[in-house]
Design a protein around this ligand. Structure first.
Ligand code: ATP
Length: 301
C-alpha cells in the first residue's frame, strides 16, 4: 500500500520491550528481584507512529524486524492502530529488543539491543511525494538518519528530529530540521559549551545550530517551546498518578506531529500532546498505554 497524501512518515526502531517492575532501580553490580516480566511492542519510531495514528494522523513507518518469533510482537500494535507498514522489511536476525526496569516510583532504566534496527540504510527511504513530515528518532544508524533528513529537506518535506536517546549529532543534521523535540538531558547533550541555567537561553543556543523550532519536554513539569519567530510557549503537564512513564516522550512526539498536521495552533498541539503523554503515564507499557483521540478529548473536556 502506497502512503496516501498527508502522510507522517516515521523512520527508525521497532523493538520488543521486556519490562520488569522492581522495588528500586539497580546500581551498577546490583541484582534486584521483581515478581514477573511482560513482553510488549516498543521502539521509538514504532511508539511514535502508533501515537500519531491513535491521535488521528496518517502514519507510516520505515524500519525492519527480524526473523525471530518476537517480530510479530513488534508489529501487532502498529497493525491494529492502522499504521502503514509497507516500508517495514523482514531481515535475517533478531528484532530490536529493550530490557526495561521500572521502579515502584514509576522511574525507568532501559538497555537496548539494536538487532535489525541497525540495518536501516539510506536507500530504504521511500518516495516522499505523499509525505508531509518525516519524523526521525535516533535508535537507528546516524548516517542513515542524516541521509534521510537531507533527502527530505531537499524535497521540501518538514523534518522532525526527536534527538533521543542523547548522542553527538553529525554537524549538518540540525540544519535540515524544522522541529526538534528533546527532553532535558537530550537538550543538554546538544548545548554548545557555554553553560547557562536559563531554559530560553539554552533553547536559543540550540536554535542557532539550525532547527527552526524546538520543544523540550520536562517530565511532570510539562514542556516548553521556542518557535521559529521567537515565540516562547510554556505548557504545564496535567496532574496524574504516574505508574509507568515508559513511552511518555514517544506519545508526546507522535501526538504533537499528528495535531500539527491537522492544523492545530502550536500551543493547542502542545496541550493535546501533553494530555496524551500524561494519560500514557497512568498505564503500564509503551504502545499499549497510548490513548486514542477520543480518550484525550474526554480527558481535556
Ligand atoms: P520517556 O523516556 O520516559 O518516554 P522522556 O524523558 O522522553 O520520557 P519526559 O520529559 O519525561 O520525556 O516526558 C514527556 C512528556 O510526558 C512530558 O512533557 C509530559 O507532558 C508527560 N509526562 C511525563 N511524566 C509525566 C508525569 N509524571 N505526569 C504528567 N505528565 C507527564
Amino acid at each position: 500500500m502506497l502512503p496516501t497524501s498527508g502522510t507522517l512518515l516515521f523512520a527508525g526502531a521497532l523493538n520488543v520491550d521486556f519490562s520488569i517492575r522492581v522495588p528500586h532501580l539497580p546500581e551498577p553490580g546490583e541484582t534486584v528481584l521483581g515478581p514477573n516480566y511482560q513482553v510488549m511492542p516498543g521502539g521509538k519510531a514504532a511508539n511514535q507512529a502508533v501515537a500519531c495514528a491513535r491521535a488521528g494522523g496518517q502514519a507510516a513507518l520505515v524500519g525492519a524486524v527480524g526473523t525471530d518469533p518476537f517480530a510479530e510482537v513488534a508489529l501487532c500494535c502498529l497493525r491494529a492502530s492502522g499504521v502503514n507498514l509497507s516500508g517495514v522489511r523482514t531481515l535475517q536476525g533478531s528484532s530490536g529488543a529493550a530490557f526495561i526496569g521500572i521502579s515502584d516510583t514509576g522511574e525507568n532504566t532501559i538497555l537496548v539491543a539494536a538487532g535489525t534496527n541497525a540495518a536501516l540504510r539510506p536507500e530504504d527511504l521511500p518516495d516522499l511525494t505523499a509525505v508531509d513530515m518525516l519524523v526521525l528518532p535516533l535508535e537507528t544508524p546516524l548516517p542513515t538518519i542524516q541521509a534521510f533528513a537531507e533527502a527530505a529537506w531537499q524535497r521540501g518535506v518538514q523534518v522532525v528530529l526527536n534527538a533521543a536517546p542523547a548522542q553527538t549529532l553529525p554537524p549538518l543534521l540540525l540544519q535540515y530540521v524544522s522541529l526538534l523535540i528533546v527532553n532535558e538531558g537530550e537538550l543538554r547533550a546538544l548545548m554548545p559549551p557555554v553553560p547557562t541555567e536559563d531554559l530560553w537561553q539554552q533553547l536559543r543556543a540550540v536554535q542557532q545550530q539550525g532547527p527552526k523550532a524546538i520543544v523540550v519536554t520536562l517530565g511532570e513539569r510539562g514542556c516548553a517551546a521556542l518557535l521559529a519567530d521567537g515565540t516562547q510557549l510554556r505548557i504545564p503537564a496535567p496532574v496524574v498518578t504516574a505508574v509507568d512513564t515508559t513511552g511518555a516522550g514517544d506519545t508526546f512526539t507522535g501526538t504533537l506531529v499528528a495535531a500539527l498536521s491537522r492544523g492545530l495552533h502550536f500551543a493547542d498541539a502542545l496541550i493535546w500532546a501533553s494530555a496524551a503523554a500524561a494519560l500514557a503515564c497512568t498505564r503500564p507499557g509503551a504502545q499499549p498505554s497510548i490513548p486514542s483521540a477520543d480518550e484525550v478529548e474526554a480527558f481535556l473536556s
